[in-house]
Design a protein around this ligand. Structure first.
Ligand code: HEC
Length: 151
């Protein structure tokens, strides 16, 4: 007695071979993605996070100062802590970018940044007008370095 189910075998065999290839293809793809993520994680873990951390913290403090101007909260108590932190962290520019420290333009930009912040701390902004000017000056000091060194 012939079993009718056996008849369509060749097409179904082809289909299952195709399924196997598809499965292997997807498996390969998934393994490739997993391997890539693991590799990127490993590279990231080895990277030096100090330079970008210094920059991001600087950015946060500068953003806070800009926000104070917008919120019209320009008392010295609102602004001095951010200015002081920016100034202290400006000493970390050379250690953070030690391969650039011998570049004259970098050294000039870093000193200019510190001079700008020293001037702001010497006569602290007392209202939103002077704070606005101070944040613009600081932003310009950031830009002066970035235009040469930020890729
Ligand atoms: C003397 C040089 C110098 C000064 C001054 C400077 N930066 Fe930078 N900054 C750099 C360099 C160099 C990079 C590029 C880092 C890189 O791509 O590896 C950078 C990158 C950045 C980044 C991107 C960081 C990242 O990895 O995503 C931010 C944000 C930043 N700076 C903010 C600031 C702010 C805000 C100031 C001013 C308060 C400032 N920087 C002042 C040199 C400087």
């Amino acid at each position: 007695m012939s079993t009718p189910a056996e008849k369509p075998r060749p097409p179904s065999a082809r289909a299952s071979a195709a399924q196997r290839y598809l499965f292997l293809f997807v498996l390969g793809l998934v393994m490739g993605v997993v391997a890539t993520v693991m590799l990127m994680r490993a590279l990231q873990a080895r990277a030096d996070h100090f330079p970008s951390s210094v920059m991001h913290v600087q950015q946060w403090h500068l953003d806070q100062l800009r926000a104070k101007v917008e919120q019209n909260r320009c008392e010295a108590t609102d602004t001095l802590p951010h200015l002081r932190t920016l100034r202290v962290m400006a000493d970390d520019l050379e250690p953070a970018f030690h391969d650039l420290r011998d570049d004259r333009r970098f050294a000039t930009a870093a000193s200019q940044m510190r001079r700008t912040l020293d001037a702001s701390l010497a006569s602290p902004p007392i209202n939103c007008g002077t704070l606005g000017t101070a944040t613009r000056d600081i932003g310009n000091a950031c830009r002066a370095c970035h235009q040469d060194f930020r890729g």
